[in-house]
Design a protein around this ligand. Structure first.
Ligand code: PLP
Length: 402
């Protein structure tokens, strides 16, 4: 079997279609919201499950001038794919690939003295000047330098800057509760951020960019935009929280559509237990449909009995437990053929559930729904106004519009 055939048969079972046209439109909408601030496309964790490289390319085409990742390995993979946009990565542990990051022109985040020492050591070894962004903990209580420790970190960074080992390119922080507009911590963090930036600038730091806004702050808090906004979830067309609005309210369009082909449709009598544990028992004679994706594909086991699927225009619900590779829906006597398309989530305009619907069905957030879709599900990247049919050759159609 040719490689192409193997790929196209994998998409028969299940596929995550990624609408790059929607992603570009989301980038444009977010840039308009961000006013004069530059936009960083956050493509950590494989672009929130959407494919980091194609999403990064599309975001840059639509005007993102920075890319962001959590790990240095994610950043280096973008460089290896030929993306040469400014790129910040922020989640380091001792012994990390500082030198490779410096040589690949990656901006690195530093929250503590140990990291500053590792990066200056790597810069000396490489004979290059590292680009360092100092991260302040303004109240999140996660990564970042505490206000008490900031003077020492700033002083040491300035000494390394004078020695030519690094340039402080950014001063930045991250919100705890930006997805809860009006939360008192938001104003407190902004005040603290301004103070910590002012202190560093008084000492002589000349950052290119100061930044604190994630998607919710980009959407709701203009005073938090500073020089750069770091948008993740909103790029992918998902609202950071229902409290902030629906994607449509925010001018965004969901990018991922997850669908599968029914593997079996069969008649069963009433009183028939369904899936492990028999947590669902058919209330009468009915038809069952087998959806061939399970928790190994990232369908939460918490969706047992609750996860929604659109099949032939009707919402069905995961009947009984979600298993590793499959779950069952009660089709109530309908008889779609094996191979019929089951849409787990998408933008919602054809009546299908959304990632937010899945989040609510599972007691989680939509971020977790899209990022956990497994590697066994092929990502099919579509360019411009896609229309893809179950079992169709979407990759071949990509870019042709229609
Ligand atoms: C993930 C992340 C972001 C993006 O957050 P969204 O809410 O998805 O926009 C921004 N900054 C940092 C430090 C992050 O870890």
């Amino acid at each position: 079997m040719s490689e192409t055939a193997a790929v196209s048969t994998a998409t028969l079972r299940a596929r995550a279609e990624i609408d790059l046209g929607a992603l570009r439109a989301n980038v444009r909408a977010l840039r308009a919201r961000a006013g004069g601030a530059a936009l960083m496309a956050v493509v950590k964790s494989d672009g929130y499950g959407h494919g980091a490289v194609p999403c990064a390319r599309a975001a840059v085409e639509a005007g993102a001038t920075w890319l962001g990742t959590a790990t240095p390995e994610e950043a280096l993979a973008l460089r290896a794919a030929g993306l040469d946009t400014r790129l910040l990565c922020w989640l380091w542990v001792p012994g990390g690939p500082w030198r490779q990051a410096i040589e690949a022109d990656v901006d690195v985040a530093v929250s503590a003295l140990w990291a500053l020492r590792e990066v200056t050591g790597a810069a000396r070894a490489a004979g290059r000047t590292a680009r360092v962004q100092l991260k302040a903990d303004t109240g999140l209580g996660r990564n970042g330098c505490q206000p008490e420790d900031w003077p020492e970190l700033v002083a040491e960074a300035l000494r390394a800057e004078e020695a030519g080992l690094l340039r402080v390119t950014g001063l930045w922080s991250h919100f705890a509760c930006a997805d809860e507009p009006g939360h008192p911590s938001i104003a407190a963090q902004l005040t603290r951020f301004r103070e910590m930036v002012a202190y560093a600038e008084e000492q002589g730091v000349r950052p290119e960019v100061r930044h604190i806004a994630n998607s919710p702050a980009t959407l709701t808090l203009p005073e938090a935009h500073f020089d750069l906004v770091r948008t993740g979830i909103a790029l992918y067309g998902i609202s950071p929280s229902p409290e902030i609005g629906t994607p449509a309210d925010l001018g965004l369009r969901p990018v991922m559509t997850l669908s599968a082909s029914l593997a079996l449709v069969k008649h069963v009598p009433g009183g028939h237990g369904v899936s492990y544990g028999h947590h669902y028992v058919t209330p009468g004679p009915t038809t069952l449909g087998l959806v061939p994706v399970g928790y190994a594909d990232g369908i939460p086991r918490h969706a047992s009995g609750t996860g929604p699927v659109l099949i032939q225009g009707k919402w069905r619900t995961a009947a009984g437990r979600v298993a590793m590779d499959q779950f069952v829906v009660d089709l109530g006597g309908d008889e779609p053929e094996a191979g019929a398309r089951a849409v787990l989530f998408g933008p919602g305009d054809e009546g299908e559930p959304t990632a937010e619907d899945w989040a609510q069905a599972c007691g989680t957030i939509a971020y977790e729904i899209v990022t956990r879709i497994g590697t066994r599900v092929p990502r099919v990247h579509l360019d411009a106004a896609p229309r893809v049919h179950a079992g169709g050759d979407a990759e071949v159609n990509a870019g042709t519009g229609g």
